[in-house]
Design a binder for this molecule. Structure first.
Ligand code: DC
Length: 201
């Protein structure tokens, strides 16, 4: 089987994760949620580690456990501004993208920095209010106590830090297909992504 790379970028809670999992299952590709790498480093830093050492020493076990909390998300966004942290995570992501049989990577800089030659680039976005509402429901369903106002403030702070950083900022690649999920059902968002990928195969 040959290589085929799908890069999916976008801001927090826009639906990247859901779309990535669904298209990976649809086409039989492997999937890497690159945000988890930054979250794992962020969690280590919250536990007292040095960010660069933590990124260099990351193991698959570090990606397990509860990394989807608001505290870890903010810590991930803070370590993600550090060029040495990004450099330490670069090779792992590149080799994942180059595996035989196809790969979907989702994150912030996949189409711009990690896989500028990806076969398909999608940029999945939605309004901050809608993203905050979705994240609020997701966290509440997990029993994590948050207010809608705090979740919106978190989303806006993370968007700002992720988009304004000097190294690999969040932005659509010039050749990315933009999918705005604000008004789309999950099924329609996935169908749009599948169609965009199928058109390039
Ligand atoms: O996708 P996520 O919400 O799990 O990502 C958590 C943080 O990690 C995000 O706020 C910024 C950082 N990140 C990044 O800088 N580059 C990536 N490719 C993925 C995530």
């Amino acid at each position: 089987m040959s290589r085929f790379t799908v890069a999916i970028d976008g801001p927090a809670a826009a639906g990247k994760g859901t779309i990535s999992k669904a298209v990976a299952a649809h086409f039989g590709f492997a999937h890497l949620d690159t945000g988890l790498l930054y979250r794992a480093v962020g969690a280590k830093v919250l536990a007292g580690s040095d960010p660069v050492q933590a990124a260099k020493a990351l193991t698959p076990e570090d990606l397990e456990g509860e990394l989807r909390t608001p505290e870890v998300a903010q810590a991930a966004s803070r370590v993600a501004v550090l060029p040495d942290v990004r450099a330490a995570l670069f090779e792992f992501q590149r080799s994942f993208a180059a595996r035989d049989g196809g790969a979907v990577l989702d994150g912030r800089d996949i189409g711009t920095v990690i896989c500028p030659d990806a076969d398909v680039k999608l940029f999945v976005t939605a309004s901050p209010e809608i993203r905050a509402e979705r994240r609020y429901l997701e966290l509440s369903n997990k029993g994590i106590e948050v207010t809608q106002k705090d979740v919106l403030a978190d989303v806006i702070a993370r968007d700002k830090r992720d988009s304004e950083r000097a190294e690999a900022p969040l932005k659509p690649a010039e050749d990315a297909v933009i999918i705005d999920t604000s008004e789309l059902s999950i099924a329609d968002a996935v169908a749009n992504a599948v169609a965009a990928i199928a058109a390039c195969r």
